[in-house]
Design a protein around this ligand. Structure first.
Ligand code: PMP
Length: 304
């Protein structure tokens, strides 16, 4: 990943990909105190457009605020940086990774002289959970790892350190032959995937967990808007794993995962064991919107 051509926006400058390095004493590398985003840009017939750029950048700043980190750039500057990262790498579609992290000016938890750095990398990235799974659906395992307790780490921050929990859960699921993990909260209710929000459908109603210990996903918000336009009801409620076992349909949402159907949880097929009709409708709509094919929601598209 590090050894490739291209440019990374690094503290206000475009740096050759291979030179975008930092010191081993970078504070965030040691303690995980950093914030990041995952953003996608799609090809439309009017050019490449970043999807919900301002919402992603706003969440990056909110994550930093939660961690008490002061980003030395404005939201506008980081929006421009993301556009530039796509443009200057000549990408037609892209996954973007803005991140803010502490420098190597000091070590230890008490270091108080740390600079905040920012990067934006952009590269081509296809379907996160496999192209064929977008239709077939993925196999999911309830994780033996709980999602964070809300007073152990800050679940509303997309913070680097939070992802150790996600990786433990994902590695476990993959090593057991599944595609993804479903994490329960510390009370045993469904929270989210390792990098996705969760939805299920029963009797025509869409259910999703309240955000208590889950990230406030931007794809989740998009699904709320699209479902409302289709006259589909979404209810936020506490969901148990056995409710998922008897759901008619289930899917994950995320910038990387987009709208990914879930065909199985813990070896139990969900519904008829494939992509359900409501999932398919929302997935199709989602792809139409991000590719600028609907004419509606152009406010979510930022042309690079
Ligand atoms: N939950 C977690 C833990 C995530 O990492 C992500 C991906 N950012 C999501 C949910 C989905 O969020 P979004 O739709 O904003 O990408």
């Amino acid at each position: 990943m590090a050894d490739r051509d291209g440019l990374i926006w690094y503290d206000g400058k475009m740096v050759p990909w291979r030179d975008a390095t930092t010191h081993v004493l970078t504070h965030t590398l040691h303690y995980g105190m950093g914030v990041f985003e995952g953003v996608r840009a799609y090809q439309t017939d009017r050019g490449t457009a970043i999807f919900r750029l301002e919402d992603h950048t706003r969440r990056l700043f909110r994550s930093a605020r939660i961690l008490g980190m002061k980003i030395p750039y404005s939201q506008d500057q980081l929006n421009e940086a993301q556009k530039a990262a796509v443009r200057e790498n000549h990408l037609k579609s892209a996954y973007m990774r803005p991140m803010c992290f502490y420098g190597s000016e000091g070590m230890g938890l008490r270091a108080d002289n740390l600079e905040v750095h920012a990067i934006v990398a952009a590269w081509e990235w296809g379907a996160y959970l496999g192209a064929e799974n977008m239709e077939r659906g993925i196999r999911v395992k309830t994780s033996s790892f709980n999602r964070h307790h809300v007073n152990i780490t800050m679940c509303k921050a997309k913070a680097n350190g939070n992802y150790m929990n996600s990786m433990l859960a994902l590695q476990e699921a993959l090593s057991c032959g599944y595609d993804e993990a479903l994490l329960l909260d510390t009370e045993g209710y469904v929270s989210e995937g390792s990098g996705e929000n969760f939805f299920m459908i029963q009797d025509g109603v869409i259910y999703t967990p309240e955000l208590t210990s889950a990230l406030d996903g931007i794809t989740r918000k998009t699904i709320f808007a699209l479902a409302a336009e289709e006259g589909l009801e979404i209810r936020e409620k506490r969901i148990t794993r056995d409710e998922v076992y008897v759901a008619d349909e289930a899917f994950f949402t995320g910038t990387a995962a987009e709208v990914t159907p879930i065909r199985e949880l813990d070896r139990r097929p969900i519904g008829n064991g494939g992509r359900g009709p409501i999932t398919e409708k929302l997935q199709t709509l989602y792809f139409d919107v991000v590719h600028g094919r609907t004419g509606r929601h152009d406010q979510w598209l930022t042309f690079v």
